[in-house]
Design a protein around this ligand. Sequence first.
Ligand code: BGC
Length: 352
Amino acid sequence: MKRLLGLLLLMSASVWLAACQEDSQLPEKSVFKEDEMPQDGEPLKIGFAMDTLKEERWLKDRELFEQAIESRGLEVDIAAANGDDALQIAQAEEMIQEGIDLLVIVPHNAEATAAIVHKAHGAGIKVIAYDRLVKNAEIDLYVSFDNEKVGELQAEKMLELVPEGNYVYIGGAPTDNNAHLLKKGVFDVLQPAIERGDINIIYDEWTEDWAPEQAFAHMSQALEINGNQIDAVIAANDATAGGAIEALAQQGLAGSVPVAGQDAELAAVQRIVDGTQSMTVYKPIQQLSERVAALAVELAEGNEIEPTVSINNGKSEVPSVLLEPTAVDIGNLESTILADNFHSEEEIDGME
Ligand code: BGC
C-alpha cells in the first residue's frame, strides 16, 4: 500500500514538472497588442497621402504621424503631392498597388480625391480623411479639428479688439473644404455686427492654394481700394496672415491693424510677441496624429470605431471625430503653446 502511494506521488510530481517545462517553452510575449497583431505575419502598412509640406504644420503632421504608426509596430508609406491633384492620385494609386492595408489622405482638392477613395474601396482598402474632408465619396472616417470653431474663435477675438470698423477677410483655398468651414465660422459670429452696421466687410477673397504671395496681393489691393482705411484683418491661416502683414508693413501699418490667423506657426507666434499679429488658433497636431493612428489601426483590423459626430460630405454621413482648437494671444501663449512644447521659448526668441 505504502509502495503504491509512493508511486502515485512520483507520477504526479513528474506530470507537474513536465507542465513547468512546457510553460518555460512558451514564445516570448508579443510586442503587439492583441488588436494590432498583423494577420499574415507581416506588419500592417498604412499609406499616408499628403497634399503638401509647404506650411510648417505639415512637417509636424508627417513626423508625428510616422512616429504614432511606428510606435504601434505598423509600417507607414508617406508621399506628398506638392498641391498637384494628378500627382496625389498617382501616389495613392501606387500605394494601393503596393498593398497598403489602409489609406490616410490629406486631400489637396476635396472633390478630385473622391477618385482615390473609389479606387481604394475597389481594392478593399478603407480610407480616412486626415484634417481635410473628401467630398462626394463614401469615406470611412474623417478626423480633424473643429474648423468652424476655428473661424468662430478668430471672429470673437477680433470683435473684442475691433467692435466697429472696416474688416478684411482673406480666405483659404476654395478647393479645401476647411476653407469653407472656417469662413462659415467667421461669418456666423460677425453677422450680427454686420447687420447692426457696426462693422463693414470691405474685402473678401479666397486665396488659391493658401499662397502667402496671393494673400499679400489681396491685402495690398484692399488697402489701395480703401485708401488704407482698414481696422481688422481675418486671415484663414498664419501663412496668409503673414502675407497680409507684409502688405500692411509696406504702408507702415503693421502692428496698428489687428490681424488673426490659425496654426500657431513659429513665425506667427513670433509676430504675436512682436505685436504685428493679434492672435492665432492652436491645433495640437500631436493629438490629431495620435488619434488618427489609433483609429487607423482599428479600421485596418476590421474593428468597429466610435465616432463622435457624423458629417454629411455630399455623398454620405461620414463618421467623424473633431478635436478642440484653442485661441491664442499674448495672454495665454505660455499656458498653451509653450506649456505643450509646441514651440520652445528659445525658438520663439529666435535663438535656435
Ligand atoms: C489646414 C490648415 C492649413 C491649411 C493650408 C488647412 O486645411 O486645416 O491648418 O494651414 O490647410 O495648408
